[in-house]
Design a protein around this ligand. Structure first.
Ligand code: 2AM
Length: 181
């Protein structure tokens, strides 16, 4: 029987289309070949927009509602740099040219969460896709071949920890409309 009172671990994220996921997965494997580490499983690759952490599951309808009022348009991202964080055990892909559309989406989402009285991690938004965890790297010298991602889908996601690592389940999905030209 599921426990309706236990909190759930939640976040909102952009999810890549298949072709982008494959490119990112290849990059993750290539990096893990150079510096030992655990490449993130392809199906888990994502870019977090807002991290809520442990949240009362009764808030899920309000979170779906907060997401559904957001009407931002789709945009291109160029993942063209690598971060090496946390004493070298996290390798992530990032963007060197600030994306106004991405920043606007993350900000709009955060505004809606604040208006709905939902708590989220308020650390500065640094867009990234974590590629390798438990790495042993002091620096990444490799210049990466940029990955272009047309961001069209984002989701409210539940994270569960299993013996195989994080298992993500989408609780709601939204589409970013094509921009008017
Ligand atoms: P990360 O990839 O840099 O670890 C699910 O945990 C997602 O939420 C991950 O993409 C994770 O980022 C992100 N996240 C943001 N803030 C977090 C936090 N304080 N704790 C755990 N994950 C966090």
């Amino acid at each position: 029987m599921s426990d309706t009172s236990s909190p759930v671990r939640l976040f909102f994220a952009l999810w890549p289309p298949e072709a982008v996921r494959e490119q990112l997965a290849r990059l993750a494997r290539k990096i893990a070949d150079h510096c030992p580490g655990r490449p993130v499983r392809p199906e888990n690759l994502h870019l977090t927009l807002a991290f809520l952490g442990e949240t009362d599951r009764n808030m899920i309808p309000a979170l779906r509602q907060a997401g559904s009022v957001i009407q931002n348009v789709s945009f291109d991202l160029l993942l063209d740099k690598l971060y090496c964080w946390g004493k070298g055990n996290i390798i992530a892909a990032g963007i060197s040219q600030n994306s106004h559309e991405l920043a606007a989406l993350a900000q709009e989402l955060r505004n809606q969460l604040t208006a709905a009285g939902v708590r989220y991690d308020m650390v500065k938004f640094v867009p990234h896709v974590t590629l390798v965890r438990n790495a042993k790297c002091n620096h990444i010298s490799e210049i990466i071949r940029p990955v272009t991602w047309t961001a069209t889908h984002w989701s409210l996601v539940q994270s569960r920890l299993s013996q195989y690592g994080s298992v993500y389940q989408s609780l709601a999905d939204w589409t970013l409309a094509p921009p008017d030209n």
